[in-house]
Ligand binder design. Structure first.
Ligand code: ADP
Ligand code: ZN
Ligand code: ZN
Length: 713
């Protein structure tokens, strides 16, 4: 066998039972060549390690931190095709131009067809790269193949040497395209430039529309001109075609993309481009943080507070934390932007561990947004909306503007209630109410169970079944009845099965008067420049939540949704319907804004010993058999309790039912661990080793250990 270093990090094919599997060599132990119980490797797939040393080491560290098997963590960092043993694809970036034949025959291609549109696009410029083609034609590969086959287009390999890139940046056309940053943005840019070549996180705290994205783009320019790569993380719903277009228009290099809507080939290509160093810019959702970056210069995290950065099953990593870990090893800055920073990031900035720059004003001057609380107690609501709210919407329509009605519940009504006896539609498998969809279907949003809504009360036989409250579907119905002539679109999980569905709905809405109804999918991302009125139909259930992060989530959501009003040149108005007009959260938020909210929230967290002033881990376990669940819990608690004794400040809290005590027919319980710092929590967890796995009762239940849980559900 070769020297160990040559093998470690390479994929190999190995026998596994009667099959073959692809594995990764994690260590070579000398002297085991002829050990009798070991099987031989069938085939070596990679000539050199697949991951960079930095990523390799950090993945090992992360497996320990999150208490996950190393194999699972390594696998998460590889695209499916590589996990299956496929070799790395050839990595040239190509650019395409019309050939002689193409130029003379372009007009004979039928107008309006894809080939003709692509040929027209190419006729307008010297050449186009793949990302540009992809922007104009969603089936560009097929179109291009056809044109290449007919000799109408030629492709040449293009290498992004630093010289080529600097030449590109020197072109006057490029600098003409770039707007000037304002003074605050320049300060932010300077702060990030000062941080190049060192690990130094910087929080860009700026309201929606203050020009954070513009700062990212200029920082990326600077990084590219240093010959380095940039990773841009965006939340799931932040990666819209509009966002991508903006990056592609600004940056002179191909912008690679990684998100869950891609197929395996596309994912492999983006990964391979970055891994080879050929790709310069990657913009992606959570898992993009696991891509090798051999020439990393900067990581940008947009909307750093967003919950979609946390993986919620299997290996429950937080992409922001992983990004910070990697940036530390890579010695590069991390630029984090948000209008509503997480308590973790704010506290780190306040303690001086992160830099902080605030963008206080919108980049394009607008009128101030007026926020008004509508006390709806005792008022008649028509399909969830008060008369004042309806009038405000009417006003927007009269002025030729758009109104957004926000409600974070899809379906017709969250509850079906018997007015005579109090019966409510409950899921038979979960501890949860069934949501009424349409007039006749009850659906459980937790397990997917469906049933036909009864016409008479199953309990008393009465006919007084009433839908309680309003989801997006009902709001849509009410609005359509009241404003029959206004264009109306609903945007929630049901109306947006396809990835570009939101975009299509918005096109349908147009740029004139109209109404949008939707869930938090509308809270950010899409440019809604005609929007002047935002009605928050209800967020009251959020005010009752007992989760320690509920207040933070709600404050962020309210600010983000309100930020949608009056983005452009229209005056913004936000109306918040509530039955709890005196709630302290609303009071603080409305009078002092997010900063005041954050102050009081951080104080409360500190007093209660909660993150960011403590570190938590949550053992969740569930099982259909209560007895099995209990015996695992007793054993696990004993193990945890015994271990915690030798770690000062660690607490193992008494086991409790989960907030939803039954789901999909399984009972659910949890044990919370808390420690004064992450370091102490880590020493406890590493001390625990595989002890929980070794419990005989662990095989009968589903359990998981969530390190740094985002919520305690
Ligand atoms: P954010 O990312 O903070 O929401 P954006 O970067 O999207 O803000 O900027 C909001 C709007 O203001 C965009 O339309 C952008 O083109 C514009 N903008 C940003 N910076 C400037 C500037 N310095 N001068 C003029 N317009 C700007
Ligand atoms: Zn009844
Ligand atoms: Zn259910």
């Amino acid at each position: 066998m070769d020297l160990a270093e040559n093998w470690v990090g390479c994929r190999v094919r190995v026998p596994f039972g009667r099959q073959q599997k692809v594995g990764m060599v994690v260590a070579v132990i000398p002297g085991t060549d002829h050990a009798p119980n070991l099987k031989a490797i069938i085939q070596r797939i990679d000539a050199k390690p697949l991951l960079t040393a930095e990523l390799w080491q950090n993945l090992h560290w992360l497996a320990r931190y999150y208490q996950r098997p190393l194999g699972e963590v390594l696998a998460a960092a590889l695209p499916a095709r590589l996990r299956e043993g496929e070799s790395l694809p050839e990595l040239a970036e190509w650019r395409y131009a019309l050939s002689e034949t193409g130029r003379s025959n372009r007009l004979s291609l039928r107008t309006g067809t894809r080939p003709r549109r692509m040929a027209d696009l190419l006729a307008q410029r010297d050449h186009a790269d793949e990302t540009l083609l992809a922007e104009h034609d969603d089936a560009w590969r097929a179109t291009l193949r056809g044109l290449l086959r007919r000799g109408l287009v030629t492709g040449t390999r293009q290498a992004w040497t630093l010289e080529a890139l600097l030449d590109r940046y020197a072109e006057p056309e490029l600098s003409a395209r770039r707007g000037r940053l304002n003074a605050a943005q320049n300060l932010a840019l300077q702060a990030i430039l000062d941080r190049f070549d060192q690990f130094s996180p910087l929080l860009l705290d700026g309201v929606t529309g203050s020009g954070k994205t513009e700062v990212y783009l200029h920082a990326i320019d600077a990084c590219l001109q240093r010959g380095q790569q940039v990773l841009v993380l965006v939340p799931e719903i932040g990666l819209t075609p509009q966002t991508l277009r903006r990056f592609r228009q600004h940056l002179p290099v191909p912008v690679h993309v990684l998100h869950s809507g891609l197929n395996d080939t596309e994912r492999l290509h983006a990964w391979a481009a970055m891994s080879s160093g050929e790709g310069r810019v990657l913009i992606g959702t959570r898992s993009a943080v696991l891509v090798p970056l051999p020439q990393a210069g900067l990581i940008v995290i947009d909307e750093e507070h967003d919950a979609s950065y946390k993986q919620q099953e299997g290996w429950r990593y937080h992409a922001r934390d992983v990004a910070l870990l990697r940036a530390r090893s890579l010695n590069i800055p991390v630029l984090m932007g948000s209008a509503t920073p997480s308590m973790e990031t704010l506290q780190a900035a306040r303690a001086g561990r992160y830099g902080l720059i605030a963008l206080k004003q919108r980049a394009v001057a607008t009128h101030a947004t007026r926020v008004q609380v509508l006390d709806v107690r005792g008022q008649t609501l028509v399909h969830g909306l008060s008369e004042s709210a309806l009038q405000a919407i009417d006003g927007a329509l009269q002025r030729g503007e758009q109104a957004l009605v926000f409600r974070n519940r899809r379906g017709f009504a969250p509850v079906l209630l018997c007015h005579d006896c109090g019966w409510r539609g409950q899921c038979s498998h979960c501890d949860a109410a069934l949501t009424l969809h349409g007039r006749r279907t009850l659906i459980c949003h937790h397990c997917g169970h469906r049933e036909t809504a009864p016409t008479a009360c199953p309990s008393c036989g009465g006919l007084a079944l009433q839908p309680q409250g309003a989801g997006t579907e009902r709001l849509e119905l009410g609005l359509a009845a009241r404003f029959p002539d206004a264009p109306l679109v609903r945007i929630d999980r049901e109306t947006t099965q396809h990835r570009d569905a939101v975009e299509k709905h918005l096109v349908r809405l147009g740029t004139g008067a109209g109404i949008l109804v939707g869930t938090q999918m509308l809270a950010k991302g899409h440019d809604l420049s005609r929007l002047s009125v935002v009605v928050v139909a209800s967020i009251d259930e959020g005010l009752f939540s007992t989760d320690f992060r509920a207040a933070e989530r709600l404050a962020q959501l309210l600010i983000q949704v309100s930020g949608r009003a009056g983005r452009a040149h229209t005056r913004g108005e936000v109306l918040l319907q509530t039955h709890l007009p005196e709630h302290p959260l609303l009071h603080t938020l409305l009078n002092g804004g997010y900063a005041a909210f954050a102050n009081s929230e951080l104080q409360a967290r500190e007093a209660a010993g909660l993150p960011p002033f403590a570190a938590l881990a949550l053992l969740r376990h569930e099982c259909a058999q209560e007895a099995d669940l209990q015996s695992f819990e007793n054993a696990a608690y004993a193990v945890l309790h015994a271990r915690a004794k030798s770690h000062p400040g660690c607490r193992v809290h008494a086991p409790l039912p989960a907030p939803m005590a039954r789901r999909q027919g399984r009972w659910r319980r949890q044990i919370l661990l808390s420690a004064p710092t992450r370091a102490v929590l880590q020493s406890l967890l590493s001390d625990l080793g595989g002890d929980l796995f070794k419990l005989p009762s662990a095989r009968k239940v589903r359990w998981s250990l969530d390190v740094d849980p985002l919520d305690l559900y």
